[in-house]
Write a protein that binds this ligand. Structure first.
Ligand code: PLP
Length: 384
């Protein structure tokens, strides 16, 4: 059976060129970056190169980047590190209802420790209204954290507009760009970003490596205390091969992002057009302000999990925002926030494309999906 991977939003395969660049750092140039001997210096210089490459992809200065273990860690560092370092200034944080769980759960954790959090609503496409951000800012606000693009529905937020407001109001502005980095342009100065979260494994780099951009002058505490790696902001012996891989992936994205986006947008729109021919289906997220590789649908009367299992039996890897994401029967908080009724939210399917996605893969999905939906509906207890 052929295998078609359409879950690039969850993670991506490591590009062969990235893997090749990483290899020497496992057992040849494997020194500790804090050691003064030549192996240590080789590792340190490799990390400096990677820092430059990752910084360049977001228009930042290399020394403003720290490497972390994941986007989850970067987001935790931002929320907790900004909150505790700026307590004297205020205790209020603004975010949205559709952020990744690592932002939302960090925010909730801070709420239990005396911080106040505003969770902004989004419209039916998942867009945050910059006016709502402005209205929510008080003289106690220390941080606004709004994601660049949503991982479930692909909606791209008006980051530049929100950045202008935060700059005018002198409030730190953070974006979680884990899903958008290397897919659409991001520029820390143009967008007035003070903090940016990214990772490697969503853009053909290795899993377990993240980075955080921190603008000069931003007051932030580390959450990992120790030997003082990463300018004292993230102690831990560096994941040298991983960071080298992240750097290579960023360099490749710099060159290949534009062409890939063009190709994937075409495939994406063809997939959307075809899938929406299925009765009682809808597209979740914005029709045009969306990531080039993201599609997300709802099919009434059926369970997203059943859809994913049936696609899997036909060799297609997909994902759903229904039950399994929360390991409970609650549907995705993102789909609920855009106003979907529970049955629509439960019947959701995310198909996310990537560099190896071909025209014929889209043909195949469009060939098998209508039948799967039809069969599941025939046995559905929800349909009268
Ligand atoms: C994948 C993702 C994360 C988590 O990234 P990890 O590196 O796996 O921790 C955070 N935010 C968004 C928007 C994501 O897509």
């Amino acid at each position: 059976m052929k295998k078609i991977y359409l879950d690039y939003a969850a993670t991506t395969p490591v590009d062969q060129r990235v893997l090749e660049e990483m290899k020497p750092y496992f057992n040849k140039d494997f020194g500790n970056t804090m050691s003064v001997h030549s192996s240590g210096r080789a590792a340190k210089s490799a990390i400096d190169d990677a820092r430059e490459r990752v910084a360049k992809l977001m228009g930042a200065k290399p020394l403003r980047i720290i490497f972390t273990g994941s986007a989850t860690e970067s987001n935790n560092t931002v929320l907790k590190g900004i909150a505790f370092a700026n307590k004297d200034k205020g205790n209020h944080i603004i975010t949205s209802k559709i952020e990744h769980d690592c932002v939302l759960n960090s925010a909730r954790w801070l709420e239990k420790r005396g911080f106040k959090v505003t969770y902004l609503d989004v419209d039916k496409y998942g867009l945050v209204d910059p006016n709502d951000v402005e209205k929510a800012i008080t003289d106690k606000t220390i941080l606004v954290s709004i994601m660049h693009a949503n991982n479930e529905i692909g909606t791209i937020e008006p980051i530049e507009e929100i950045g202008k407001i935060c700059k005018r109001k002198k409030v730190y502005f953070h974006t979680d760009a884990a899903q958008s980095f290397g897919k659409i342009p991001i520029d820390v100065d143009k967008m007035n970003l003070d903090l940016v979260t990214v990772n490697a494994h969503k853009m053909y780099g290795p899993q377990g490596v993240g980075a955080l951009y921190i603008r000069e002058g931003v007051k932030i505490d580390p959450i990992l205390h120790g030997g003082g790696h990463e300018f004292g902001l993230r102690s831990s012996t560096s994941n040298v091969p991983g960071i080298v891989g992240f750097g290579k992936a960023a360099e490749l994205r710099m060159k290949e992002m534009k062409d890939e986006a063009k190709k994937l947008t075409k495939l994406r729109d063809r997939l959307i057009e075809g899938v929406l021919k299925i009765e009682n289906s809808r597209l979740n997220g914005h029709p045009t302000k969306r990531l080039p590789n993201n599609t997300n649908f709802s099919f009434s009367f059926i369970e997203g999990e059943a859809l994913v299992l049936h696609l899997d039996m036909k060799g297609v890897d997909a994902s759903t925002g229904s039950a399994c994401s929360s390991k409970s029967l609650e549907p995705s908080h993102v789909l609920t926030a855009i106003g979907l009724k529970h049955d629509q939210a439960h019947g959701s399917l995310r198909l996310s494309l990537g560099k190896d996605t071909k025209d014929k893969d889209i043909d195949y999905v469009l060939e098998i999906l209508p039948g799967i939906v039809k069969n599941l509906r025939m046995i559905s207890p929800f349909k009268d």
